[in-house]
Design a protein around this ligand. Structure first.
Ligand SMILES: C[S@@+](CC[C@H](N)C(=O)[O-])C[C@H]1O[C@@H](n2cnc3c(N)ncnc32)[C@H](O)[C@@H]1O
Length: 316
């Protein structure tokens, strides 16, 4: 039995009013709370919860809740910020997470800041709860640098990702026409793509609502269009696709996700279009690239990252 069901079934938690769950992954046991509001900024997960009939949002709407359930994310700062948001708007806040997600340090911290009323440890994780209160020290702050805005929870917060920098430096001067940046994060690669004057349009496709929000602040060029969407099912007709694809599904490394991005690029490119891709050296993308493109060229990379230029997308 999961920790949350245990807390409900043993009567430790008895919400009397509206409930919200912040950032639950798909498959999280909602213990029959069918009218719970799900706050989920990751597009594919947001849609999956919606398809299960839940009311969904990307941020916590400003109203009171009897109970808010915060699910730990991989980002410690983002989780702390979610706890602060929940604590300001809910009578009772439950925090649930695995040891790997740092639930131990959140528990320790919250015990210093407020009166933790109860806890359950089970299945390599912990759940604890406390009465809602103001916790300003947990609020997230944007991490801005070199004119870029980034916030906790986004990929490569507070710095340019080295793989993206390598790819940006390798983009041809003659990059032109209609381009897509799939999995664009907070917009670094996009800003570099738009330094090419012959680019007429750039579709910035990103699944994380807050990364896209940062990209909107970082890329002010009128040629850019912003899409909160799942790149793996994206459609278009481009002269070039540029990407530093994700290699994690939640906690686990997952090369399938990168392969789905390569397949999307094949589908979205014009017959004379080009894909420019960077990947960690250990990721096995060569076979997918060769299955999707008639011509695959490895460009000079470095000890950590490899670069590819793939052209002539296969139409079969
Ligand atoms: C390795 S990061 C690259 C970020 C960015 N290109 C940069 O320059 O820093 C991959 C990005 O893909 C996003 N992502 C993950 N799954 C996605 C999906 N299915 N559709 C669109 N974007 C996705 C992640 O949120 C993340 O921002």
């Amino acid at each position: 039995m999961a920790r949350l069901s245990l807390a409900f079934e043993t009567g430790l938690l008895k919400p009397d009013g509206p409930v919200a769950a912040l950032h639950p992954e798909v498959g999280f046991d909602m213990v029959g709370l069918n009218d719970c509001l799900i706050v989920q900024p990751f597009f594919p997960s947001n849609r999956a919860w919606k398809n299960q009939g839940f009311e969904c949002d990307v941020t916590l709407p400003t109203r009171r809740f009897a109970l808010a359930i915060v699910c730990c994310t991989r980002s410690k700062q983002q989780t702390a910020d979610l706890i602060a948001q929940a604590a300001a708007q809910a009578d009772v806040v439950v925090v649930d997470g695995q040891k790997d997600d740092g639930i131990g340090s959140h528990y320790k911290n919250l015990r210093k800041l407020t009166d933790v009323q109860g806890t359950i440890t089970k299945g390599h994780g912990r759940l604890f709860w406390f009465a809602g209160t103001d916790l300003p020290s947990l609020r997230g702050v944007d991490q801005n640098f070199d004119g870029f805005v980034t916030k906790s929870g986004v990929f490569s917060v507070g710095a340019v990702d080295q793989a993206s920098a390598l790819l940006a430096d390798a983009l041809p001067e003659h990059l032109s026409g209609e381009v897509a940046d799939l999995g664009a994060g907070w917009g670094y690669l996009s800003s570099r793509i738009l330094s090419r004057e012959a680019v007429t349009k750039l579709d910035i496709v990103e699944a994380d609502f807050f990364s896209l929000d940062c990209a909107k602040q970082n890329v002010l060029d009128p040629r850019a269009a912003f899409h909160w969407a799942d790149a793996t099912v994206w459609n278009g007709s481009y002269d070039a696709v540029v990407m530093n694809p994700p290699f994690h599904t939640s906690r686990d490394g997952d090369p399938e996700l990168g392969r789905a991005f390569i397949s999307a690029a094949k589908r979205c490119l014009k017959s004379k279009g080009s894909l420019y891709l960077v990947a960690n050296r250990h990721l096995p993308y060569e076979t997918s690239l060769e299955q999707c493109f008639a011509k695959v060229l490895e460009l000079p990379g470095n000890s950590r990252f490899k670069l590819f230029h793939a052209s002539r997308p296969q139409r079969k």
